[in-house]
Ligand binder design. Sequence first.
Ligand code: 0O2
Length: 225
Amino acid sequence: MPDPLEEQQITVSSAALRAMRDEFQRFLMEYRFGLAEVETKISILREEFQEMHAYNPIEHVSSRVKSPDSLVDKVRRKGIETDFDSIRAGITDIAGIRVTCSFIDDAYRLSNLLTRQDDITVRDVKDYIAHPKANGYKSLHVIVEVPVFLSTGRVDVPVEVQFRTIAMDFWASLEHKIYYKYDRLVPDDLLAELKDAADTAAELDTRMERLHREIRGAHPGVVSL
Ligand code: 0O2
């Protein structure tokens, strides 16, 4: 004969679980909407550049809302309390968009064009292009807040926008794979090689930027920005 008290306990628990699931879905939904707002802004800039200046500074754009597994992992890693407010305050890349640009100049130009829009608030800037991480990682991270209007009112959603060049993106994608393959414990010799590869990628960016400037100097009409 089942213990009625135990049954009641199970019922309460599953209702609580459902409420948690709903709250979690709502929490992630806000980030999805924030991401959509910033994606639209980036694609407007991209199209406008193409149509008005016959130049496309963006090679590709990708975006994602952090997966629940990756979010839980980061919450643990950073020792953040597990309530929604603490996660909201402590993890700023739940919504992330990556803008891969042709040249370093383009990364800064696009970042300025986005952050000067008057519905955008800049929460933080981490300029790993000017100040690369010790492992060689380069990218311009801008955490912006964008308003999202729900049936319940306005929420300001943080979105991390990463601006980088193709060479930086190539390096970061492979380094990320290696990092996870070694479960974040990459052997020292491999770390040194990765840093060396990052320097090579940076050199390539500098050369391409110089070539780009030379071409622009010789044919000022090619890129009139
Ligand atoms: P994943 O799996 O890509 O989502 P902090 O500044 O330390 O408080 P946070 O959020 O780590 O907090 O800041 P940061 O440095 O802006 O990193 C955010 C994201 O940038 C990372 O998310 C990576 O996507 C990317 N990133 C940062 N450093 C590196 C790096 O050294 N190599 C590569 N490949 N990517 C990097 P996650 O959640 O760490 O990882």
